[in-house]
Write a protein that binds this ligand. Structure first.
Ligand code: ADQ
Length: 500
């Protein structure tokens, strides 16, 4: 629940009892953010909170989502807490619905499918029903808070049907949706049960944002080939009379803030200790949530290939892989941990010497500042997902480098970040030989080439930071044309006529 020092006001609101309108500041509309998780008052800010920092600055906002509580019987109460200009509004999800909605349809069905792993997707009708129900509950509970001029920004795959549920409750505001994860190719999307409900949810938005041009193209191709969509001259897509614009907004980071973290005196000692322990050997770093999309077993295979192909590197470098367990409730993740530990054990068993281990595997979470300090001292980073919406670790690694003596980023061509970070050594993670070759190249790369590649990447980080990401999305959402609504009205009239 929310921080103990917070002033929490329990309140249940009916449809008619609307909260007081917020006062607009700086001429900008109030922003309503809706996401599964809402930043907690007492913990470090999570990824989305960091990315949304600038969007929330100097404007009134409401952030709605799950409270983090799932009692056996959940009430429909919404608890609010004011922090600065933002009202945080949270609601419980019952234990059964949480299991079906979050662990079930969102993380057992959609996450693997959107990451091209239909083989890992598990579908049950009751999971989908819970997913649909939670989206309905979210719409029902947030609708009374929405004022006519608010901009609504929905985040991620947990809440794809939400816009349709809001429209069904008469919400005619501008609605934007951002997908943090990939959008799969049309053939894969076509295989997802209830795909029509998902497309309907996205088509009810005025703007749908993706991490990369590839994701956007996948969405548009699906809608046009399989959902009666067609492109209009103005670039928007018409889907059943609704007009939706889709565009790539690659999420950025606050690079300077991350660099400061890497240099913080509190973690300098930790970084020094790491360097001392490496005893002159080069540090290769991997930092990921333990997820099958991140290419971890494939990375371990590549390290084995590296030492076989380049025996002169044995004893000269070490991979430090931080991969804390995530989504422990989903079985595919437990299997992954087992597979990974076996693979690491195999490589370490084969190549270790009395004073050297090829792979140090850390399955516990490491604080963000320590991660930053590790990135600063690593000669190279392995960011080799099989699929990734963006991958912020790639950007953070670049931000943490010493500009005069930077390390090398080895990056999967299947991470959204590869469309932007052209200074990286880009590899296919399914090919251990190619990955091993890139590592060997990075380990001996001249300082001049490293600096040149770093500068290319760093320029992108500066031009496309987190502030650019949120402001460009919101300004496009704000300028969504009134035509959008006209088309929706025509659609509604048509529906009424058909019914008559
Ligand atoms: P994630 O899949 O969680 O996010 P990613 O972007 O790599 O992936 O990481 C998000 C944050 O978590 C980063 O700030 C990173 O430093 C931190 N993190 C990851 N592993 C960590 C570890 N082992 N220890 C400590 N911190 C760790 C989803 C999508 C991504 C997309 C983001 C943001 O899957 O593709 O980039 O959202 O949109």
């Amino acid at each position: 629940m929310m921080g103990s020092d917070a002033q929490t006001t329990p309140e249940t609101r009916s449809q008619t009892e609307r909260p007081e309108a917020a006062i607009f500041s700086g001429g900008s509309r109030r922003l309503v953010v809706i996401s599964n998780r809402v930043p907690r008052g007492d913990g470090p800010p999570g990824g989305l909170a960091v990315a949304m920092k600038d969007a929330l600055k100097n404007r009134d906002s409401l952030w709605f989502g799950w409270s983090g509580e799932s009692p056996p019987e959940a009430s429909d109460d919404v608890l609010t807490e004011q922090r600065g200009q933002t009202t945080f509004a949270v609601t419980d999800i019952s234990a059964d619905d949480y299991a079906g909605y979050y662990e079930g349809f969102a993380n057992r069905m959609l996450w693997p499918a959107f990451h091209y792993r239909l083989d890992l997707s598990r579908y049950t009708e009751s999971d989908f029903e819970a997913y649909a129900r939670v989206n309905e509950q979210f719409a029902e509970r947030v609708a009374p808070f929405i004022e006519p001029d608010d901009l609504i920004w929905i985040h991620d795959y947990h809440l794809i049907p939400l816009a349709a549920e809001l429209r069904a409750r008469g919400v005619s505001n501008r609605i934007g949706f951002f997908s943090h994860i990939p959008f799969p190719s049309p053939e894969i999307f076509h295989a997802i049960p209830h795909k029509d409900r998902l497309i309907e949810g996205l088509a009810c938005c005025n703007l749908v944002g993706f991490q990369s041009a590839r994701d956007r193209s996948n969405f548009e191709r699906y809608v046009c080939a399989h959902a009666h969509g067609f492109w209009r001259a103005d670039g928007r897509i018409s889907v059943d009379g609704r007009l939706v614009r889709s565009k790539a907004y690659p999420i950025g980071i606050d690079a300077e803030d991350f660099r400061q973290k890497a240099l913080a005196p509190e973690v300098a000692e930790k970084a020094d200790a790491l360097v001392r322990a490496a005893a002159g050997r080069k540090i290769m770093l991997g930092v990921d949530r333990m997820d099958y999309s991140k290419g971890l077993p494939e990375r371990v295979d590549a390290i084995e290939t590296l030492f076989r192909r380049y025996p002169e590197l044995v004893g000269q470098c070490q991979l430090i892989q931080v991969a804390p367990v995530s989504r422990g409730g989903v079985e595919a993740y437990a299997n992954l941990r087992e597979r990974l530990e076996t693979a690491v054990g195999h490589v370490n068993g084969e190549f270790s010497t009395i004073d050297w281990t090829p792979i140090r595997f850390v399955a516990n979470a490491v604080p963000r500042e320590e991660v930053a300090a590790m990135m600063r001292v690593a000669s190279l980073a392995l960011v080799t997902p099989l699929r990734d919406g963006m991958n912020l670790v790639a950007k953070e690694y670049v931000a943490a480098q010493d500009p005069d003596d930077p390390g090398v980023l080895i990056l999967s061509e299947f991470a959204g970040a590869a469309e932007q970070l052209t200074g990286a050594l880009v590899i296919n993670p399914h090919n251990p030989e190619e990955q091993a070759r890139a590592i060997s190249k990075a380990l001996v790369m001249s300082r001049d080439e490293r600096v040149e590649r770093y500068r290319e990447n760093r320029k992108v980080l500066a031009e496309r930071d987190s502030s650019w990401w949120s402001s460009s999305f919101l300004s496009d959402l704000e300028s969504a044309s009134v035509d959008d609504f006209a088309a929706e009205l025509l659609d509604a009239v048509d529906t009424v006529r058909t019914a008559e």
